[in-house]
Design a protein around this ligand. Structure first.
Ligand code: PLP
Length: 478
């Protein structure tokens, strides 16, 4: 056999690590020099400058003869790092875009090298066993009194919310099927009606659209959270089947809906309850903050995102259920993946654990993080992050030129320079972005536009926050 050309070594097997090591040296060096070149939370110059440097680094992107692995890795990794919005920089605080832990990132490398695919046992023997264990462990954290809670791994809150709506739709179909048979009358099946707050994530609306469900009834949330009285009144006017979707940590402000009161209303009106805890869910790790999630366990489905407060590289989503029967509608057969006789012979059937087929073992980095840090270690990161938000709120309250929207619930702080109108605020945010000095978000509320700092870096110091306020002040016209 001729010797294979350079750059075509494989990552697996006993020789894989030997091939990987020098490539990793190149990658790590390029990550370092890229971050040094950027010297801030994101590259200066705006979209055109960044696109130009990417174009220059790539050209030619598909050469007749390749440049070899080290040159390609060095050039492109350096360019990507130099042009990154880096959530590890304390001034990169616009979105629920977390700085991943080094340890989780290292685990993700192993996931890529081994490349298990989670759609059948014969592609992922150990990874599927690890996924089953880890999902049950995390589900038990969300639903501590359930007998056999379980969870599905997803690409994030969007996919989890879609699955939650699908499972609610299927559950109510089968309920209606049963009651029709019992009553011997044949009303057409009524579609599932979703009720949510204006604070609900946009993915709830898209999922309803995708699933062919009526548009969600969206109740105003002038205070940032669902009002139980308004919800009660709305539920009185609606007919089953109903799904209430509550939010534990809104994307715009981090507010948590009053979960116990909402769970009571769901019981009283015979509605199903989904709670989107994409952002707030990891407060369960914290002894200090977990009571903010009282009532979470009463939902039929819960969305959790560990690529937000959870410090995982994307993707790391979960959908937890107290009752594994909720997941039954996802059962699906494809002879080449889960033939009946294979399943009867004891091979685990994985196809019903996702709507995807080929699927990465995102569970490995999550399991490594849980084991390495423990519940207390993760809880401590949550506490530090929420403390940083409280510190920023204190600095703003004590500052003569700033106003604070409200005390933070999670790690989102809404603020603005006193007297700045919406156009000025939007301009400040864009200037900070294009100068590469800071990445801040924006939230529209009934009192106008606000700057949004979403703090997810547990190592942020109060000095970083003082500098952030100075940066904004420096860009505020007087
Ligand atoms: C981030 C977020 C989502 C979407 O999650 P992705 O991981 O981006 O798909 C859904 N709901 C809430 C409340 C979120 O904050």
């Amino acid at each position: 056999m001729p010797v294979p050309p350079a750059g075509t070594a494989l990552a697996g097997g006993t020789n894989g690590p030997r091939a990987l090591r020098p490539l990793l040296d190149t990658v790590l060096d390029a990550l370092t020099t890229g971050a040094e070149d950027r010297a801030g939370p994101l590259p200066p110059g705006g979209p055109e400058a960044v696109a130009r440097s990417v174009r220059d680094a790539c050209a030619p992107l598909l050469p007749e003869h390749g440049s070899g692995p080290h040159t390609a890795l060095r050039t492109l990794v350096h360019t990507l790092a130099a042009g990154a919005a880096d959530p590890a920089d304390p001034h990169c605080a616009a979105h629920l875009h977390c700085p991943p832990l080094a340890l989780a990132t290292a685990a993700d490398l192993a996931a890529s090298a081994l490349n298990p695919s989670m759609d059948s046992w014969d592609q992922a023997p150990a990874a599927s066993a690890l996924e089953a264990l880890t999902c049950r462990e995390l589900a038990a954290l969300v639903h501590p009194t359930a007998t056999a809670p379980d969870a599905l791994v997803t690409t994030g809150g969007t996919e989890s919310n879609q699955l939650a709506l699908l499972l609610a739709r299927e559950a109510t179909h089968s309920d209606q099927g049963r009651s029709r048979t019992a009553a011997h009358h044949g009303n057409a099946t009524a579609p599932l009606q979703i009720v949510c707050g204006a604070n609900a994530h946009h993915s709830i609306h898209r999922a309803a659209w995708l699933l062919g469900l009526p548009g969600p009834i969206t109740l105003p949330t002038p205070d940032g959270v669902l009002d139980p009285h308004a919800l009660d009144a709305a539920l009185h006017t609606l007919h089953s089947p109903l799904l209430i979707t509550a939010t534990a940590g809104s994307t715009d402000s981090g507010a948590i809906d009053p979960l116990p009161a909402i769970a009571d209303l769901a019981d009283r009106h015979g509605a199903r309850l989904h709670i989107d805890a994409s952002y707030g869910g990891p407060l369960l790790f914290s002894d200090t903050h977990r009571t903010a999630l009282d009532g979470l366990a009463r939902a039929h489905t819960v969305t959790l995102d560990l690529h937000k407060l959870g410090w995982q590289p994307v993707a790391a989503g979960l959908l937890t259920v107290p009752d594994p029967a909720t997941l039954a509608p996802l059962a699906h057969r494809a002879d080449y993946l889960n033939a009946d006789d294979d399943t009867e012979a004891g091979l685990p059937d994985l196809l019903g654990r996702s709507l995807r087929t080929t699927r990465r073992p995102d569970i490995l980095k999550i399991a490594v993080t849980l084991k390495a840090l423990g519940r207390r270690g993760l809880g401590d990161l949550v506490d530090r992050t929420l403390d940083a938000a409280r510190t920023l709120a204190d600095l703003i309250e004590d500052h003569p030129h700033y106003e604070l929207h409200s005390r933070p619930t999670l790690s989102t702080v809404l603020f603005r320079p006193i007297g700045a109108d919406d156009t000025t605020l939007a301009g400040i945010r864009r200037t900070l972005l294009t100068d590469g000095h800071a990445v801040l978000g924006r939230t529209v509320t009934p009192t106008g536009l606000w700057l949004k700092a979403t703090l997810l870096n547990p190592h942020t110091q109060s000095g970083d926050l003082t500098t952030l306020l100075k940066l904004v002040e420096g860009h505020t016209p007087r």
